[in-house]
Design a protein around this ligand. Structure first.
Ligand code: MLT
Length: 256
């Protein structure tokens, strides 16, 4: 199945921006607009999110969809950029298609698998979403996506987050919850990551906290870590300029 996507700008290797859960490529809007001025940016919607129909139930299936998209676009290598669940997809992509990855950006994500308790929470959430509707997932997550200050004082940011979440379908949400629950640990892969890697994390991210980012940064051989102040999980929308600047600076200091 072809993934719906946006592609803007020129310059190789392109950035492939992979969204998190329960979002769409729209969570990268500020970065797509800013970074495509100097490099090609490709931002797909994973199955069941945004304009891509269907669903997938494993990280390998999401990764295979991305590889098909790159083949269709005749793009050989990318700077693979994964936010949160998109980072879990990036680890699967690296296991399967490492030769297609020229550089890696891991934003607000982690390498560890779910604990048994977290897995059970995912399946309970999937059941509730099926019986009560997808809104319950969105409502449960919102307070952890942005800081309390943003929730109280920046209604435009909160609305942007809600708008992006609205693009998730129930089928996509249930598939992603299964894929996240069943994903393997990627901790053992970290020392073998051979490409320049940028790790970004919100200073107040309660979902994938700075300790997870530090763990990845110390295990990946060529990694830089940038912590974004005044941000919880969805750094790309809560502190868009800081995230864009971190990516721009890192791109300027590396060759791919
Ligand atoms: C995401 O933002 O993709 C999810 O919150 C990640 C997760 O729940 O592990």
């Amino acid at each position: 199945m072809t993934l719906a996507h946006e592609s803007h700008g020129t310059g190789d290797p392109p950035l492939l921006l992979v969204h998190g859960f329960p979002f769409t490529s729209g969570m990268w809007r500020p970065q797509i607009d800013a970074l495509s001025k100097s490099r090609r940016v490709i931002a797909p919607d994973l199955p069941g999110f945004g304009r891509t129909p269907g669903a997938a139930k494993s990280m390998d299936a999401y990764a295979a969809g991305l590889r098909e998209l790159l083949d269709e676009l005749s793009v050989q290598r990318v700077i693979l950029t994964g936010f949160s669940m998109g980072g879990y997809v990036a680890f699967a992509f690296l296991r399967l298609y490492a030769e297609r990855v020229a550089g890696l950006i891991l934003a607000d994500t982690k390498a560890a698998a779910d604990t048994d308790e977290q897995k059970q929470g995912r399946y309970a959430m999937a059941e509730r979403a099926q019986s009560e509707g997808k809104q319950i997932v969105i409502a449960a997550m919102l307070p952890r996506l942005v800081t309390p200050a943003t929730l109280a004082d920046r209604p435009g940011v909160v609305q942007a987050v809600r708008d992006v979440e609205a693009g998730a379908t129930l089928e996509g949400i249930v598939g992603a919850l299964t894929a996240m629950a069943e994903r393997p640990s990627s901790l053992g892969d970290l020392p073998r990551i051979a490409v320049p890697t940028l790790i970004i994390v919100g200073a107040d991210d309660p979902i994938t906290p700075p300790a997870d980012a530090e763990q990845m940064a110390s295990a990946i051989p060529n990694a830089d870590l940038v912590t974004i102040p005044n941000a919880a999980h969805i750094t790309t929308l809560e502190q868009p300029e800081a995230v864009t600047a971190a990516i721009k600076d890192w791109l300027a200091n590396h060759t791919f």
